[in-house]
Ligand binder design. Sequence first.
Ligand code: NAP
Length: 433
Amino acid sequence: MRHVAIVGSGPAGYYTAEACQKQFGDQVRVDIIDRLPVPYGLIRTGVAPDHQSIKGVSRRYEATALSDNVRFVGNVTVGIDVTIAELVGLYDAVVLATGAPADRPLGIPGDDLPGVVGSAAFVGWYNGHPDFAGLAPVLSGPGAVIVGAGNVALDVARVLAKTGAEFTGSDIVGHALDSLGAASHENITILARRGPHQIAMTPKELGELGHLERAIPHVDPADLPPEAEDAALEPGLRKSVTHLRNFATLDAADKPITIAFDFYAMPVAVEGDGKVERVIVERTAIDAEGRANGTGETYVIPAALVVSCIGYRTPPIDGVPYDAKLGRFANDEGRISPGLYAVGWARRGPTGTIGTNRPDGFMIAEQIAVDTPDDYGKQGRAGLDLLLRDRNVDVVTFRDWQKIEAAEIAAARDGSPREKFTSIDAMLAARGN
Ligand code: NAP
């Protein structure tokens, strides 16, 4: 029997559990530990609330969670309730699937002014993550500036621009729906430090901006490279660029909200009297290596909200080797040290789709098979249970989560799949006795 502890119940965690089941059959016991009382990580609090089809993958994780040899151990913080060294002592393999939930800092003067938020915080706010439920972003004023040209920037722009009715069928939390419905920025600017050919936005997600009720995307035709150069692009990117070419033909005056793509533009400072009032932007030029360099030409964009969507970092855990430059655990193809592994974004950084984490999980399961003997005599979950009981840790089981989920479904507004609890206390209370 192999005992495996997975830290983090997001996609990487559940795909690893599924892979361990496939690899070891009934000769494995998997405990999935999460600091929240609710599972699914990025699926619950990262994927946009109006992208329910993507969130549907949680049903697959539920099937894994409900199998006999997999347990959810919620409301347990590794590093506080139990240490990594203790887990490594108890389990044959400990897999860190903690994702990359921390914002990469913008690193420019004024980035600490009220009104500057990272995408983890902003996305967490509208998705009901308990850490960010109290964020209260500024939703009206001279404008919103979004930094970055990836899919998260698109999520943020779309959520800022949508009407209340456009969230029908989504599970955006009530506090965000109410605030967004009551106010909106008329000028939303997406700052891309490079050009249309260097965006990290995928075509389906970019195309959505062209179908919003009260907002219209705008691209300056002068920023578009000659059309003939599109032929050399990878097909997905070529489709995205085709969307940008279409956006360049639209009339921004047609709808009250404009989502303007500002290419070759990087923020160099955020200014304001005690809060964000403007962003100083420097025009860039791309060098032969494809890097964006400042040209010295600057201009001002009035703004009350700045959302930086420039990528994420994995928070370090005491005692675990960490690569500060890359913002993730130091690892060799997932191996950190004997008995300790990293998977998903905690292993390779915040890239790829949800499904990219599946092969990651299978790779780690194969490594565990190679690295660990069949039966090493470790205590596994029995040892963890004793230790957590001794420390009076209030563990949330998958059955408890199902009660929390039932309460969220019961509280849903019309047309919405659920109304999420946004505090840990409310989640624990909903589980009952
Ligand atoms: P991303 O795809 O890596 O995009 C980050 C963007 O930020 C890039 O445009 C990058 O520009 C820019 N950037 C980085 N540092 C910057 C700086 N200091 N100043 C200005 N701009 C900077 O990251 P993401 O949008 O956070 O997405 C993370 C992953 O999740 C991606 O794989 C994404 O596709 C995925 N995702 C998918 C969906 C979906 O499928 N619906 C939704 C959300 C996220 P450079 O290219 O110049 O570095």
